[in-house]
Design a protein around this ligand. Structure first.
Ligand SMILES: [Zn+2]
Length: 132
């Protein structure tokens, strides 16, 4: 009996592979719709706004704004879990690093950076230089 869900799942997985593959090569890229010109994240098979499957991977500016902050307290060091609104529109979950967690606040202008983490390349954010 054919598994109808399999090809779809395989392709969705390919979206993630495309994303993490670029990260591993030092590139932060997200899908942009060729039809309506909107970015989205996480990577999907078709545009969540207009349904088009004509997608192109584009490197966003990396600039964004902190939308929400959660501080995770751990013995080995506190860290933040943030939602960042990219200038291009998509909202994604990440961390703000290289600053005291108490200083990470909503509205903070941040910039994307790719860190090498134990589990692989990790997209993190640092405070933008402009507001220093
Ligand atoms: Zn679209």
């Amino acid at each position: 009996m054919p598994d109808i869900g399999a090809p779809q799942a395989a392709t969705a997985h390919a979206c993630d592979q495309r994303y993490f593959g670029a990260l591993a090569e030092g590139r932060f890229e997200i899908p942009c719709c060729l039809s309506c010109a909107r970015f989205h994240f996480y990577p999907r098979l078709c545009c969540p706004y207009c349904g088009s499957q004509e997608l192109q991977w584009v490197a966003p500016s990396g600039h964004g704004t902190v939308y929400s902050v959660t501080i995770v307290r751990r013995a080995e060091g506190d860290y933040t879990v943030v939602l960042v609104d990219l200038d291009e529109g998509p909202r994604l979950m990440s961390r703000v690093v290289d600053m005291p967690v108490e200083q990470v606040r909503i509205g903070l202008a941040v910039r994307a950076r790719i860190d090498a983490a134990d589990e692989g390349p990790l997209l993190v954010f640092t405070a933008s230089e402009e507001q220093a």
